[in-house]
Design a protein around this ligand. Sequence first.
Ligand code: PLP
Length: 380
Amino acid sequence: MIYLDHNATTPIAPEVREAMLPYLTDEWGNPSSSYRFGSKLKGVIETARAQVGELIGASPRDVIFTSCATESNNAAIHAALKANPQKRHIITSAVEHSSVLNYCMALEKENYRVTYLPVDREGLLKLAGLENAITDETAIVSLMWANNETGVLFPVDDIARVCQARGVLYHCDAVQAVGKIPVNVSELPVDYLSLTGHKFNAPKGIGALYVRRKTPFTPYMHGGHQERGRRGGTENLASIVGMGKAAELALMKLPQYEMSVRPLRDSLEKGILNRISDTELNGHPTLRLGNTTNISFLGIMSESLLLLLDQAKICASSGSACLADSPEPSHVIRAMKQSENASYECVRISLGPSQSRSQIESTIKELILAVKALRDSPPS
Ligand code: PLP
C-alpha cells in the first residue's frame, strides 16, 4: 500500500503504542480516585500535558484535553459566545473544516450572524476583508492555520494582531499545522488554539484545546472536576499518554519534517503537472504546507480516479475524510475557483515523513495510466 493521505490521519508511532500499553493493561485505575492505584495516574496526565504544551509553546496549565479537534473547535467558539452574550456576530472563512463551518451554520439558526470570509483563486485570505468585517458585535474570529485540503497557510500572525488590536477573541484551528510547522503560542497572540493527536501519530479520539491565561472559558462539556473543571468526563488516560508521547516525538522530528516531505511532494506535483495534460494546481504555489498537494484533473471526476488508485493500492482523497461519504463536492475548491467542475475534479495528496522516492514514482505512473484509461473510455 502507498499511503498518501496523511492529512486525513496518521499511523500510531511504535513509541506511542509502547507508552500507551501500561494504561491499557495493568494501570487501569481512575485518576480521580483517592487511593494510590488511581490517584498516582494524575501525574501521568500532567506529564502528557507538559509534552503537548511544549509542542505548541504553551504552559501546561493552559492545555485542556478533549476528545478530538471537533470538540476543541466547538468548545472554543462556544466559550467566546458565552463570554459575550450580547455580541452575536462570528467571523470565519468559507474554507474552514466542517467542525467550524457546520457549528457556525447551526448557530445561524440560533440568530447569530456569521461572516464567511472569501479566499482568492489560490486559497489566500485578504486581511482587509477581516478588518472590514469586524464590528462591535463580533464575539469571535475563527480562522484556521493550514487548510486540510490544499495546505494553504493563512497569515495567522497578522490575523492574531488584528484581532488583538480590535479587542476580539481569536480562535485558530491549528490541526494541520501542528507537527508540520513550528507552532508557538507564546509568540502568537491567539486566544484559543485547537489540535488533535491523530494527525501526528497519536491515536484517534484525543485532542486538545489551548486557552490563553485570562481568556474567558465556559466549559462545553459540563460534568466532573476533571481538567480543572474545564472539561468533565473521566480522562481517556491511554490516549492522553499517547498524545503526550506523540507530541514529544513531533517536536523532536520537526526540524527534519520539511526536508523529508517537501522535495518528494514537489517532484510528485511536478511529475503530475508536467506529464498529465489538463491538470491544475489548487492552492498557492509556495504559501503552503510542504506535504500537501491538491490537483484538479480536468474532465475527470475525482471519485473515478480515486477508485482506480485504490485498486492500485494507493490511498489518496478528494478532500476532507470527514466529508468523504457526502455527495457534495469540495467546498474549499469551490470557494477558490468559483466553479462547480473544479470542485468535483480535485485530488488531495498528503505525504508523510517516511515516504520513499520509489512510492512517488509509482504514484505518478499509476496516475498516468488511470487518467489515460478514464479519458480514453467513451462517455456513458
Ligand atoms: N480541523 C481540521 C483542519 C482538520 O483537518 C480536522 C480533521 O480532519 C479537524 C479539524 C477535526 O479533527 P478531529 O478528527 O480530531 O475531530
